[in-house]
Write a protein that binds this ligand. Sequence first.
Ligand code: FPP
Length: 233
Amino acid sequence: MSDFSKSATPNSVAIIMDGNGRWATQRSLDRCEGHIAGARAISAVLRALFEKEVHFVTLYAFSTENWKRPRAEVSAIMSLIYRYLNDTVIPEIKSDARLSIRFIGDLTPLDKELRESCEYAEKISRGGEYTCAVALNYGGRAEILHAVNEAIREGATAIDEQTLSRHLYTRAMPDPDLIIRTGGELRTSNFLIWQSAYSEYVILDKLWPDITPEDIISSLDEYTHRKRRYGGL
Ligand code: FPP
């Protein structure tokens, strides 16, 4: 890696799909309508990223903090994820062996039907070359604590970076090269806080439901102009 060379197309991209609620409010719609519009934006973005040879895409669908939202909104998001999985993701994985899905986060508190759909989608994923990871009931701090406790249960007495990484939900995936956040806010929101140590960020002001594949491609272009130094010169 040359210190001053431009970065190649990222291999791993993570997205904070923010702004669904504001999108709905701006249109005097219920916030849930924003999530429905947000879910509709996902497929085209994924397709565009995979076409650009991004092999890992991680989507922040529901955080450990999102349970604080009104019960109706939480259940609307959960049923949306359930429908999207069953109507779109599972058929696509069945018809295209190159696609894989995995879930990061603690799935145990989810409704049985949703949990079983997640497990089924993972089971039929055949280790294809393009992986979408869905962060569901995911929190970066919870993930780190989970990893530490798992390592301790396995007998670790001192934990180094490799041991911790091996116990993270993302253990089979590379760290994100690029994290895209829509909706204009400048924060990490407990997303991949361990894995993002050297990630590049692109913040898009557009709200997630308005995001087009072109917006995402221009974020990839912006990334290629970044000089990643990983703390070096
Ligand atoms: C953030 O917008 C968005 C969410 C918390 C939910 C994202 C979920 C989906 C798009 C559902 C489908 C997901 C998958 C992977 C099938 P916000 O509500 O925080 O927006 P705001 O900042 O405008 O309030």
